[in-house]
Design a protein around this ligand. Structure first.
Ligand code: S3P
Length: 172
C-alpha cells in the first residue's frame, strides 16, 4: 500500500485526521487544498473568486492525479468535492491505494460548518437556514462518489483519536 486517501464532506476533519494518522504510522502527509493553493499562489477563496470553480476543479484534478500516481508513500487529505469531479473517484481504489470515506450526518456537518463558512466558497454565502438545506442536497448528490471509497468510517460523536483508531483497525 502506497497511498491512503481521506475523502468526505467539508468539515468532517479530513486534514486533522490525515495529520494525526501520519504521526501514528510515521508516513508523510499532503493536503490537496494546500497543494492547489501553492500551485496557484492563491487561497482557495481567491481561486474561486478570480478564476471560478471550473478552473479550480481542473487544477484539483491535475494535482490529485499526479499525487495519487507518484511513487511516494503518502497520506492524502482531499477537498470535499475531489472525488465528485473529473472522474477522480476512479483513482480511489487503484493498485496500492486505500481510500477512506469519513462519513458524518447532516447535523454534524451543519454544526461544524456554520461557524467556519467564510473560507469555503461553496457555502460562504448561505444563511444558516439555507446552509442545512444545501448540505442535505449536496451530500445526497455526492454520496454516490463518496461510497466508492475502499472503507467507510462513521465519525459522528467521535474525537480525532477515536477516528484514527477506527482507521487503523481497517488498515490492519
Ligand atoms: C470543496 C471543499 C473544500 C475546498 C473547496 C471546495 C468542496 O475543501 O476544496 O472549497 O467542493 O466541497 P474542504 O473539504 O477541506 O473544506
Amino acid at each position: 500500500m502506497r497511498k491512503i486517501i481521506l475523502i468526505g464532506y467539508m468539515g468532517v476533519g479530513k486534514t486533522t485526521i490525515a495529520q494525526l494518522l501520519a504521526e501514528k504510522i510515521n508516513w508523510d502527509w499532503v493536503d490537496l487544498d494546500k497543494l492547489i493553493e501553492t500551485k496557484a499562489q492563491l487561497s482557495i477563496k481567491e481561486i474561486f473568486e478570480q478564476h471560478g470553480e471550473i478552473y479550480f476543479r481542473k487544477l484539483e484534478h491535475e494535482l490529485f492525479k499526479a499525487t495519487v500516481e507518484n511513487d511516494k508513500t503518502l497520506i492524502i487529505s482531499t477537498g470535499g468535492g475531489t472525488p465528485c469531479y473529473a472522474n477522480n473517484h476512479l483513482l480511489l481504489n487503484g493498485e496500492q491505494v486505500v481510500s477512506i470515506y469519513l462519513k458524518a450526518s447532516i447535523e454534524t456537518i451543519f454544526e461544524r460548518l456554520k461557524n467556519e463558512k467564510s473560507e469555503r466558497p461553496l457555502v460562504a454565502n448561505h444563511s444558516e437556514e439555507e446552509l442545512k438545506e444545501f448540505i442535505a442536497k449536496n451530500l445526497f448528490d455526492r454520496s454516490y462518489f463518496y461510497i466508492q471509497a475502499t472503507h467507510k468510517v462513521e465519525i459522528d460523536g467521535k474525537n480525532p483519536t477515536e477516528i484514527v483508531t477506527d482507521i487503523l483497525a481497517l488498515l490492519n
